[in-house]
Design a binder for this molecule. Structure first.
Ligand code: HQG
Length: 180
């Protein structure tokens, strides 16, 4: 991603996941913002945004963080929200094992409390180990936990699979985590 696309992506993460009010934007219950309104409000707040730029970010974003509605009139973040939204994702059967990347300094606390969503709405899990390493690196020395996802789902926990392939669950109790 170019620097310009990256900075636009960070701005969109801010307003579509965490602080829509920073530019006076309103998200609907499912997290959608009206595209025309987003463009207008962004430009009013010194953030030059055009439809072409939005389309470029959606198409080229490294993690496919944002998606347009089918008619193109709305846009939302596919996951990662701290504001309360109901993404209306279908409950999906996870694979046997999912991974969570964290930092070594959080491990003791996770052993006590299990995985908690923190400021976000969900704990984020990935199907592959390599992604978990990258996610953990954002916080420090990475440490990858294995989650017995299928067993957890069979015990009644609901898993969701976001449009950009992140597995989401409200929390992971410690008995389903392998620390190795
Ligand atoms: C940790 C990125 C102590 C948790 C990524 C993590 C992801 C605990 C941190 C997405 C804990 C929260 C989310 C406990 C969890 N005690 N620490 N009991 N339970 N933690 O950033 O999963 O680039 O909110 O291990 O790719 O790191 O933004 O979550 O280290 O998908 O699109 O608390 O963000 O995507 O950190 O990352 P975060 P995350 P984007």
């Amino acid at each position: 991603m170019s620097k310009h696309l990256e900075s636009t992506s960070k701005f969109l993460s801010l307003v579509l996941r965490h602080q829509p009010e920073a530019i006076g934007l309103t998200l609907d219950d499912a997290g959608w913002a009206n595209v025309a309104e987003l463009i207008k409000l962004s430009n009013n707040h010194n953030r030059a945004l055009t439809l072409a730029l939005l389309q470029e970010v959606v198409a080229n974003n490294d993690k496919k963080r944002f998606a347009f509605s089918s008619d193109g009139s709305k846009i939302r973040a596919s996951q990662g929200h701290s504001v309360a939204v109901e993404l209306e994702l279908p409950v999906t059967k996870p694979p046997e094992v999912l991974y969570h990347g964290t930092a070594t300094r959080f491990v003791e606390s996770i052993k006590q409390q299990g995985l908690l969503p923190g400021s976000r709405q969900h704990v984020h899990l990935s199907a592959d180990h390599a992604t978990a390493v990258k996610v953990g690196q954002r916080h420090g020395k990475p440490f990858v936990l294995e989650v017995a996802a299928k067993q957890m789902q069979e015990a009644g926990h609901k898993f969701y699979h976001s449009e950009n392939a992140v597995w989401l669950v409200v929390a992971v109790p410690v008995q389903f985590i392998t620390f190795s």
